[in-house]
Each structure stands twice: as structure tokens, then as C-alpha cells.
Ligand binder design. Structure first.
Ligand SMILES: O=C(O)/C=C/C(=O)CC(=O)CC(=O)O
Ligand SMILES: [Ca+2]
Ligand SMILES: [Mg+2]
Length: 421
């Protein structure tokens, strides 16, 4: 079957072919109001223009103002039938054989803008952010490093997707500088804690679910309907100060070692675009309780990479290659578990998967694991790196290789700048 093509020319390696159409929010100029868009090749299609031109003409979206909003929260709240209708409309409008937009010079000039000329913003207002801990490999390694060899993975971990409540106010868009946090730490062998800029600043390569329709307070989401609440995924960096974390986290879990910044990629890739890359989730032993047992248990085959561009360098070097399919708990189990006590999720909520470490040493997805808490160095462009230094930039990316096209997430990047004086 011929691969669907757009009239917009798309490089074969582009993350954004017509098969993808991820959603973001942008400003054409710094003074213009934010509006939703989809990425196509090196362009962004302005959905407020497409909506104002009356081209969302399907039954669910024809009278909707969801694309005239400064964020995607309203659109993601509408649910999968509306998402499918929007995707069908946009795939038709952008296809090589459809004249409506292709041959309308005025509308094309208004609505198709080179992405290099626009400012990308957070795609949703994130009301709440939760971070799970669902890679067995990451959990085992952190357990060995922080708690020693007795019981690196506790029994509860195999029975439920462990998580902590993160901080939504410091979720930032790719490209935002990250200020090195200051805090307390307690180096081994020292009797009093230290206060100052973190000496063990790290990244965590993760993905995150963007919640679509929420659930009412007191009404849990059934595991077999959980997918209806997932709009799509982004790549996420849960920046982590390991020295602050190690000293503060017992007994209540991560706090200031993580709440100083969390970066997400600008484009939300929908589950519809990821469908060809769904694969069977790993077998779970012991079997989960009924409320976590799915009729079909799936995850996605998404290659993930972490690169570091050291301060003063022109090029970046890869430090981790992993895959979302290594996770033990599925995205739907994470979401259903989050609501099982009656907790309500709301459109635009962000659910991090946790660090996506795989089984091989090169698939360890943070410096804590790669350097074994600073005991070893990782080579980056001829340098030996332990933790992040001021001026270092971390660039995360994710993609799925299709037959003749790539579905990608673009990049999720951030540069470390010196701590406040
Ligand atoms: O094992 C621990 O004490 C915690 C390790 C983490 O940093 C957990 C975390 O943020 C969740 C994750 O990314 O998997
Ligand atoms: Ca994390
Ligand atoms: Mg964080």
C-alpha cells in the first residue's frame, strides 16, 4: 500500500510526517495570542485559522471553539471520537491529493508557518503532575544505590505502580533553562548537612501521559476504559538533584530534589499515531489484582535517547538508548491505579512514567545509574562526565520507525545555568 503523503514536503527522517500530526501550542509572534497547532514537516499548521475558515466540518467539531483556545485543555477533554474526527479532517486537508488547503494560497500563507519562526509553549495547562516509578531496572538500580543489596526492590513494587505527587508549577517547555537548585545534602561520612548548590544534578529520561477526559471525584476509572482517558504522550525530563533527594526523601518521598523543574517536549503525539507501534506488555508475576488486570495489556515500542551537549561544545554525545517497552506497569495501569481511591484526574494532567531504564548498561536512563552515583564516569565527546555541570545541555528524544516514515516526539531539551547566589 502506498504511504500517505502530504502536499507539504516532509524529509523522510522528519519526526512529523502526515502519519503523526502531533498537537502543540504556539505564538506566531511574541505579541500574538497562543493558539493550537499541529506539526507537519518543518511547519506548524495553525488550527485557529483552520477552525475560523470552517474546515473542521465534522459533526463533533463543527460548532466547537476548542481550537480558538490558548491551550489544548478543551480539545483533550472532548474524548476519542472528537480526536479521531480532528485527525481525519487534518489528514485529509494536508494530503497531497486534496486541493482545499493546497490550492488556497491565502489560507496556506496564513495557516502554515515555518516552525523555526514561531514560539512553542506548553501545550496544556498542567493542573496536576504525578511521577510513577515503573521500570524494574531503574527501581532495582536505585534500590542498590540508595538502600543497599538487602532488598533493592520492595514487595509492594510488584503489586502496584508506585508514584509520588510532583509539582505542576515548575513543569516547563523544552528549551527553558534550568537553574541549578540549592538545598541541603548530607555526604556520606559527614556529621552535619551541607547547604549549597546541588553537586549531583541529574536528568531522568521519561515519557508522560497527557490526560484527556477526567473522572469525577469518587468515581474510579475502570482499567479496561483507561485508554479513553489518555490523549497522548510527550517525552519528559524529571530533573533530579541526587544529593538533595538522598537526604530528604525518607520517609515521605521526593520533594525539593525534584520540584525545581520538569521539562516536557512541545508536541503531544496521540495514541492514534502510536497505534502501529503498540506491542504486548511484559508478563507480570505475581499477577496483578483484578482492578489492575487488563483484557489486553499493551505498551508502545518507542526508542528513546538521551544526549548531553557539554558546556562550550558544538556537538552532543549520546549517553543512553532505551525503549518505552521496557516498562513493567502499563500506562493504563498507572492511570487506573491513580483513580482507584476515588482521586479525580483532570484534562491536561501529566503522568510521568518514571525513568525508562532498560536491562542493558547503555539503557540506564539517568546519570545516577550510568555512573553508579558518581563512582564511574561516562564518556561524552572526549570528556568524563559524572553529574551535570553548569552550561551542560541535556537533549532527550523519542521516535518509532514505521514502514517508510518515522513517528517522532521532537526534542525535550534544557540547559543548566548556575545556582542563585
Ligand atoms: O529509589 C528511589 O529512592 C527513587 C528514585 C527516583 O529518583 C524515583 C523517581 O523519580 C521515579 C522514576 O523516575 O522512576
Ligand atoms: Ca522521575
Ligand atoms: Mg522534576
Amino acid at each position: 500500500m502506498a504511504v500517505l503523503q502530504s502536499f507539504v514536503s516532509v524529509h523522510p527522517d522528519s519526526h512529523f510526517p502526515i502519519q503523526n500530526l502531533p498537537y502543540g501550542v504556539f505564538k506566531p509572534q511574541s505579541a500574538s495570542p497562543p493558539r493550537p497547532g499541529v506539526a507537519i514537516g518543518d511547519f506548524v499548521l495553525d488550527l485557529s485559522e483552520i477552525s475560523s475558515a470552517g474546515l473542521f466540518d465534522g459533526p463533533l467539531l463543527k460548532n466547537s471553539d476548542c481550537f480558538l483556545q490558548p491551550n489544548l485543555n478543551k480539545f483533550v477533554s472532548l474524548g476519542r471520537p472528537a480526536w479521531k474526527e480532528a485527525r481525519a479532517t487534518l489528514q485529509k486537508l494536508l494530503s497531497a491529493t486534496e486541493p482545499t488547503l493546497r490550492d488556497n494560497v491565502v489560507l496556506r500563507q496564513k495557516s502554515l508557518l515555518p516552525v523555526s519562526t514561531v514560539e512553542l509553549l506548553l501545550p496544556v495547562v498542567v493542573g496536576d503532575y504525578t511521577d510513577f516509578f515503573t521500570s524494574l531496572h531503574h527501581t532495582k538500580n536505585c534500590g542498590l544505590i540508595f538502600r543497599g543489596p538487602q532488598t533493592p526492590v520492595l514487595d509492594n513494587w510488584y503489586r502496584l505502580p508506585v508514584a509520588y505527587h510532583g509539582r505542576a508549577s515548575s513543569v516547563v517547555i523544552s528549551g527553558t533553562d534550568i537553574v541549578r537548585p540549592r538545598g541541603q545534602a548530607h555526604p556520606i561520612g559527614s556529621s552535619t548537612p551541607y547547604f549549597g548548590p546541588s553537586l549531583k544534578l541529574d536528568f531522568e529520561l521519561e515519557m508522560a501521559t497527557i490526560v484527556g477526559p477526567g473522572n469525577e471525584l469518587g468515581k474510579p476509572v475502570d482499567i479496561n476504559n483507561a485508554e479513553d482517558h489518555i490523549f497522548g504522550l510527550v517525552v519528559m525530563n524529571d530533573w533530579s538533584a541526587r544529593d538533595i533527594q538522598a537526604w530528604e526523601y525518607i520517609p515521605l518521598g521526593p520533594f525539593l530534589g525534584k520540584s525545581f523543574g520538569t521539562t516536557i517536549s512541545p508536541w503531544i503525539v496521540t495514541l492514534e499515531a502510536l497505534e502501529p507501534f503498540a506491542c504486548e506488555a511484559p508478563k507480570q508475576d505475581p499477577p496483578p489484582l483484578p482492578y489492575l488486570t487488563e483484557k489486553v495489556s499493551r505498551i508502545y515500542d518507542i526508542s528513546l535517547e538521551a544526549h548531553i551537549k557539554p558546556a562550550g561544545h558544538e556537538d552532543s554525545g549520546v549517553v543512553s538508548r532505551t525503549n518505552l517497552k521496557h516498562l513493567y506497569w502499563t500506562l493504563t495501569q498507572q492511570l487506573a491505579h491513580h483513580t482507584i481511591n476515588g482521586c479525580n484526574l483532570r484534562p491536561g494532567d501529566l503522568l510521568g512514567t518514571g525513568t525508562v531504564s532498560g536491562p542493558e548498561p547503555e539503557s540506564r536512563a539517568c546519570l545516577l545509574e550510568l555512573t553508579w552515583n558518581g563512582q564511574n564516569a561516562v564518556p561524552v565527546n572526549g570528556l568524563n562526565k559524572k553529574f551535570l555541570e553548569d552550561g551542560d545541555e541535556v537533549i532527550l528524544t523519542g521516535y518509532c520507525k514505521g514502514n517508510g516514515y518515522t513517528i517522532g516526539f521532537g526534542t525535550c531539551s534544557g540547559k543548566i545555568v548556575p545556582a542563585a547566589p
